[in-house]
Design a protein around this ligand. Sequence first.
Ligand SMILES: [Zn+2]
Length: 377
Amino acid sequence: MKLTDDDIRYIEYLQGQLLQDDWEPIFDAQKWKSWTADNVDRIRILAEHTLGSNPESLTEYLEFYSSFEPRTKYEVPATKPIFEPILEEVQKAASEIGIKLTRPVVLFSSTDISATPAARPTSTEHLLFAGPGTYAFCNYWGKSLTAVTMALAPSIGFKRIETQDDLDAAFRMDPRGLILAARLALHYAAFGTLIGFGEVQQPAIYTAYRIQLVDAMETFAIAHEYAHFVAEENLVEFSGALEPARNQALELFCDQLGIAIGRECGNATDNYLKFAGIGALVSFRAIQLCESVRQFLFASIPELMKDKKLGGSSGSHPSPEERIENIKLYLYNHTAPDQRQELEQFVEEYDRILSRISAIVTMAVASVQAPGNSHGP
Ligand SMILES: [Zn+2]
């Protein structure tokens, strides 16, 4: 669709609102434009790392980059190649289950450094903002969980994780995924983002699984925002400014619809992680862990956090725990009886792993004392 100059000004205004001052250089579209022109070879290497070696998606990705034409002053070239295909898949899956939007969805770079994309419906189109905050979060957590998953089979064989002991045995043999989780949680707690976390090298055999998991996480993130547009067009009780309680209900609705759409995407792309809602589960457990580490930093090392605000759920969003319970309930109640047990076991096993990671990282962080607070002899 053709956007008018007024539309673009409004989009820029919204991007400006999502932007924190220190982060402006990261979103400078003109700098990115000259960078992409000068770094074609580097982009190819990055693309191979992100996408594996699927030649079709690789060509598409490189074309996106080489034709990068920023529409606003805040734009990151990776926004389109990463999120446009996901948005298309989500749209297709939604229409597959009988959901169609009247207004078009247009994708722009989010300038919000946090993990979540943003949906801003207008009377003519739906604005979807997604960007590096989201893909950095999904990619790094995808790497952590991939490393944990890959460590399981060599240490305990192909049995289900039934207890904490099974898992701890794996962590003792290969703690790389767990250690990465701890670093990610601390980084996010301190900076509110995973943009700029730095390189994490992993063996090439991890790539296939990681791509599936990251795809599941990003698909859920986009499907959830898409659900906001569906609500905006169809459900009067959820439109306009909402009271906190009503807004929480809206978020839970969007999680469920996001899961329903994600499942359809999982079927279409043969990705069981997507089908089983694992993208949502990993995202919410990771956010929950980051929040508890952040609260701990505020309480115990206030000098480190003095210029920062304690964000977290202000009442407008349900807690991660509520959101996880909500999606599990939805998943289990909307699975055919012959598949339900298998799905439930899979999800619960995954959640046992995630919860154990959270417990260990939280214990580790809580046991570190700030220098001034130590109770020495
Ligand atoms: Zn939402």
